[in-house]
Design a protein around this ligand. Structure first.
Ligand code: CP
Length: 317
C-alpha cells in the first residue's frame, strides 16, 4: 500500500491489519518512552489547505512518536495566497525531502490528484478532501468501536453484526462517506438518517438502510449512534427551517439520549455544535467516545504512516 486515499478501496484484510497495527501502536502509549524509531530519517509533511484541530495535531503527534521529522504547512500565510498551485506547492515540499504528505483540501479529489498525477513520488494520505472522504477518521472510528465492543485484545476481528446509526449532514460529510464504506467492508450494519435535503444523490445505492425519522433509526437499538456536525461553512442554501427546528427533529437531545439502550455508544468526529446536533449531556456522558476517538486517532495515524512509509521501504528491501 503506497497511499491511503479512500476507504472504498480498502479490502477487509487490509482494514483489519491497520486496526491491528494501531493496537500495537496504542500499547506503546503506556510506556515511559513513547517514541518508536520506525520512521527515523523520514520526513512527513502535513499539508493543510483547510482548518483542522484534531487531524493536524494527531498526524503531527503520530509522526513524532514514530521519530519522523515533521513539517507542518498551513495554506494560510503561505505562497498559496500568491496563486501557487497544488502541484507547485507539493513539488516544493518533496524537494525538501518529504517521504509522506498528509493533505487536507477543500476540493474533492485533491488527494487522488496528488497521488496519481505523476507530479511527486511521496506517499499521500488523505486527511479530508472536500465532501469526498476522510479515511483515517473512519479507521479511528472503527478502532474505537472494536475496542469498546471487543476490548483491546481483539486483533484479527472485524465488526460483523455491529449496528451503527449515522445521523445528520450526510450531504457534506466526508466522515459519513468513509465510514459507510469501511463499516460495510468490516461487516457492520449501517443505518443513515438525515433530512431529505441533506441526503446526497445516489444514497439509495450505498450499502446502508436509510431512515426518514431519527426515532425509527434509534429504535434499531444500535451499538453506536454517530452524530455528524452541521457543516455551515459548506452550506450555500437553506437546508432546514431553523437550527432550533433541526435540533428538535434531528438532534441527539437529552430526551433521546435518555431513551437510548444503556450500552449504546455516542460518537462524534468533532468539532461539535453543542445544543444543535448533540446535547451536552450526551457529549459529556461516559457513553460518549468523543475524546477516546481523539486518543485513538493518534494510534491509527501511527499505524497508517508506519505501513505506508516503512512498509514501502520493507517492500523495496
Ligand atoms: N474530525 C476532524 O477531522 O476534526 P478536525 O477538523 O479538527 O481535524
Amino acid at each position: 500500500m503506497k497511499h491511503l486515499l479512500t476507504t472504498r478501496e480498502l479490502d477487509r484484510a487490509t482494514a483489519v491489519r491497520i486496526l491491528d497495527v494501531a493496537e500495537e501502536m496504542a500499547a506503546t502509549a503506556d510506556r515511559e518512552v513513547k517514541k518508536l524509531p520506525a520512521l527515523r530519517g523520514k520526513t512527513v509533511v502535513n499539508l493543510f489547505f483547510e482548518d483542522s484541530t484534531r487531524t493536524r495535531l494527531s498526524f503531527e503527534s503520530a509522526a513524532k512518536r514514530l521519530s519522523a521529522d515533521v513539517i507542518t504547512f498551513s495554506a494560510k500565510g503561505s505562497s498559496v495566497s500568491k496563486g501557487e498551485s497544488l502541484k507547485d506547492t507539493a513539488q516544493t515540499l518533496v524537494a525538501m525531502g518529504a517521504d509522506a504528505i498528509v493533505v487536507r483540501h477543500p476540493a474533492s479529489g485533491a488527494a487522488h490528484r496528488l497521488a496519481h498525477a505523476g507530479w511527486i513520488d511521496a506517499s499521500i494520505v488523505n486527511a479530508g478532501d472536500g465532501t469526498h472522504e476522510h479515511p483515517t477518521q473512519a479507521l479511528l472510528d472503527a478502532f474505537t468501536l472494536r475496542r469498546r465492543i471487543h476490548g483491546a485484545d481483539a486483533r484479527g476481528q472485524a465488526l460483523d453484526g455491529i449496528r451503527v446509526v449515522i445521523v445528520g449532514d450526510i450531504l457534506h460529510s466526508r466522515v459519513a462517506r468513509s465510514n459507510v464504506w469501511l463499516l460495510a467492508t468490516l461487516g457492520a450494519e449501517v443505518h443513515l438518517v438525515a433530512p431529505r435535503t441533506l441526503q446526497p444523490a445516489g444514497i439509495d445505492e450505498w450499502p446502508v438502510t436509510v431512515h426518514a425519522l431519527l426515532d425509527d433509526a434509534l429504535a434499531t437499538e444500535p451499538h453506536a449512534v454517530m452524530m455528524l456536525r452541521i457543516q455551515r461553512e459548506r452550506m450555500v442554501d437553506a437546508y432546514f427551517p431553523s437550527e432550533r427546528e433541526y435540533g428538535r427533529i434531528w438532534g441527539l437531545t437529552a430526551e433521546r439520549f435518555a431513551a437510548l439502550p444503556a450500552d449504546t455508544m455516542v460518537m462524534h468526529p468533532g468539532p461539535m455544535n453543542r445544543g444543535l446536533e448533540i446535547a451536552s449531556v450526551a457529549a459529556d456522558s461516559t457513553r460518549s467516545t468523543v475524546l477516546e476517538q481523539v486518543t485513538n486517532g493518534v494510534s491509527i495515524r501511527m499505524a497508517v504512516l508506519y505501513l505506508l512509509v516503512a512498509g514501502v521501504e520493507e517492500e523495496r528491501a
